[in-house]
Design a protein around this ligand. Structure first.
Ligand code: ADP
Ligand code: MG
Length: 491
């Protein structure tokens, strides 16, 4: 029982592994086979009569706690309760603990409930036999991992920056969950740093040796992602530095970037979902924007510019922070009753213009270079320039806006009627606001906003900037993000 087939499998190649799984009533023999799209785990107890409980109790008590209600269903194929199919799409790979003689299939399927967040549901196989059996198991495990990762070679070395103060202050706990997963994966190595002050993330990435890392992972909100992109962009070797991909584990109050990335990958929003997507080792580019403001050094934006009612709700409701997220609804009602428009000129280079936008951003004091500029001079009730689709986990501000299509979407309402403004705000979560009367979405490559109003707010990537002229221009080099879009998923 549980003998290892020399060479790895009874049907040639290392596609099958004979092993055991532990149940309440003792170990039972198991055959784990690599199929095209999944791993099939079969209970080979003769007659199968002793398998009524199915292959479930392989989970360690710790794993069970995090996924008690979400065991994947057993295969409905011929063997019914004898077979258990694990899709490569839900597997991160197989890790062998030679000392314990345990082979763990790291498995994170979507939960079965209404919320389809991924959950941990590992399958642990015990290897019987000596060194030869362990070698066979090791070869089999690396085959599983190769298939799960679409053969992406090498090993990651991530610098993980954790902000213990972000969001509701649970950055440490969130990182602990991710760490528990990543520590099992032999292809992920990391160095963890808990930040102690604002600006530390910028300073660290300004100074890091590029050859020491394959990525920077942020456990915080969009604010620290902003710090990292600005740190990378401030380096003398910024073109090279911006090739270092940035990953985002959501732990902040604003997590628009990772929500957009997960959504484009067909994933549900969650901590494990983000950790899973990163562990799959895909990457993608992201457009970055050179932001000019009077009397300030140029900075880099990856997310948004908000103005008018949007910035008012976000920034002026700060005094109600103790109420939690409901502050936005309450203050939103106030802003609908007393909307304050921003009188401004918006000049934008339409995304569908055939002319090429000049590569270098002009100084704010200089006139815009000649080109197909469109100009709007009006009372702007609401303005949201977006480089991604989701401004936060619950705000689908610009549906369809892609991370790296060379454009931004500007959501705009001018001289909005109260009823239309209300409908727009109510539709933001679903994206239904796009069809509301008076809502425009302009696709552009670059823009300059010149406010004339004396009062009002502007925010870049969620942080307030002084009210005044502001310009967004694409940077010459894009940034990179950890986690591939759905179109890239090979497994
Ligand atoms: P949140 O969405 O919760 O605001 P952010 O990632 O935006 O989360 O964090 C806000 C800011 O907190 C970051 O821009 C960063 O400058 C700052 N920060 C980082 N580490 C610390 C720390 N240890 N204490 C206080 N602030 C910090
Ligand atoms: Mg923030």
């Amino acid at each position: 029982m549980g003998k290892q087939s020399p060479g790895g499998g009874s049907s040639g190649g290392a596609t099958e592994l004979q092993c055991e799984m532990s149940f309440g009533g003792g170990p039972v023999p198991i055959l784990a086979a690599l199929l095209d799209g999944e791993v099939k785990v079969t209970n080979t107890t003769p007659g199968g009569s002793g398998t009524k409980k199915g292959i479930r109790s392989s989970l360690s008590p710790k794993d069970k706690r995090s996924c008690a209600s979400c065991l994947p269903s057993l295969s409905v194929g011929g063997g019914s309760e004898k077979e258990y199919l694990l899709s490569y799409g839900d597997l991160l790979g197989a890790a062998l603990d030679k000392d314990a003689k345990l082979l763990r299939l790291v498995h994170c399927p979507p939960s079965a409930g209404p919320n389809t967040c991924r959950v941990r549901n590992d399958v642990v196989l015990s290897i019987t036999g000596g060194t030869e059996a362990l070698d066979t198991a090791e070869a089999w495990a690396s085959k599983v991992s190769e298939r799960c990762l679409a053969n992406r070679p090498g090993r990651e070395r991530y610098l993980v920056l954790i902000n213990p103060a972000s969001g509701i202050g649970n950055g440490r706990q969130i990182w602990a969950e991710v760490k528990q997963l990543w520590e099992l994966l032999p292809w992920i190595g990391f160095e963890e740093v808990f930040t102690t002050r604002a600006g530390e993330a910028t300073d660290r990435v300004k100074e890091l040796r590029l050859e020491d890392y394959t990525g920077v992972v942020i456990v915080s909100g969009d604010g620290m992602v902003y710090e990292v992109f600005n740190g990378l962009s401030a380096r003398l070797d910024k073109d090279e530095a911006l090739q270092l991909p940035v990953g985002h584990i959501p732990a902040g109050s604003g997590n628009g970037l990772i929500k957009s990335v997960l959504s484009a990958a067909g994933e549900t929003f969650g901590v494990l979902d983000a950790a899973f997507l990163i562990a799959k080792r895909g990457q993608q580019p992201i457009d970055l924007y050179d932001v000019r403001l009077p009397d300030r050094e140029p900075s880099v934006s990856f997310l948004s510019l908000s103005g008018g009612v949007i910035a008012d709700i976000d920034l002026e409701s700060e005094f109600m922070r103790c109420l939690g997220k409901i502050r936005f609804d309450l203050y939103g009602v106030w802003c609908v009753i007393r909307p304050r428009a921003l009188q401004a000129e918006l000049a934008y280079w339409p995304a569908n213009a055939t002319e090429d936008l000049p590569k270098l951003a002009p100084a704010l004091a200089d006139p815009l270079p000649t080109g197909p500029w469109e100009r709007i001079d009006d009372d702007i009730t609401l303005l949201w320039g977006m480089n991604v689709a989701w401004a936060s986990t619950t705000t689908h501000a610009t549906p369809g806006q892609e991370l790296a299509d060379g454009s931004m979407s500007i959501l705009l309402m001018r001289r909005a009627r109260r009823i239309d403004l209300l409908q727009c705000l109510l539709g933001l979560e679903s994206g239904g606001h796009v069809g509301v009367n008076g809502v425009q979405v302009l696709k552009c490559r670059a823009f300059r906003l010149t406010p004339r109003s004396a009062r009002g707010h502007l925010a870049v990537d969620g942080e307030e900037v002084p009210l005044g002229p502001i310009q967004f221009w694409p940077t010459t080099v894009q940034g990179r993000i950890l986690g591939a879009p759905a179109s890239d998923h090979k497994v």
